[in-house]
Design a protein around this ligand. Sequence first.
Ligand code: NI
Length: 255
Amino acid sequence: MIWDTHAHLDDKRFDSDREQVIRRARDAGVTNIINIGYDLPSSKRAVDMAMKYDFMYAAVGIHPHNAKECTEEVLSKLERLVQNPKVIAWGEIGLDYYRDLSPRDVQRQVFVKQIELANAAGLPIIIHNRDAHGDLLQVIMKHRPEYGGLFHSYSGSWEMAKELLKEDYYLSFSGPLTYKNARHSVEVATKIPEDRFVVETDCPYLTPEPYRGQRNEPAYVCEVVKKIAELKGLSYEKVAELSTRNAEEFFKIND
Ligand code: NI
């Protein structure tokens, strides 16, 4: 049993073989998949997939790249979407100062607004953070996600991880953990308490070894589980079980 807590199966790159990709995931032991929105259309597609497949869930939100397109109308449409019970988080939201595809002040405003909407909806948030640690921490200290926050594809330092864990955040590991140059995330995965991490693919992006260079897909989340097992000196089954329990705890899945 494994949850892929961050997938983009609505991506065009899955159009020709989506059903096979889903079957391979199930065969590999991926019991649940959360598709994540990054704008309004992808959020709608995530909800549609969650309605079609009982083992899928959805998160809806506006990615910092798309913050400049985020109008009041878009936000009110998202508010309507989250009324669907298969929407279990608001995301992915946050700050991206690496690509700077939206002005930074707009990114911050849209991030804050969505934290407030997630709080009003009773949902945890899925956080995207790239090269924006300082500002991001400032935002979440001031505007606390009341129902929890998950740092997706965490690649920061252990020092920062410790601060986040103290504030009850969860961290998620993805393909780059398996790369030879993964120093920070290797340290974090080794040291993180057993009850505070989940796993993800972020497919079609961030493909783990030994598939690096190809399109990523949910079945490959097993490589991330394998790597964490190796780092923590635990069995594969144990890490799969822990990551599942943590995902169900974080996303408040109780069935
Ligand atoms: Ni993503």
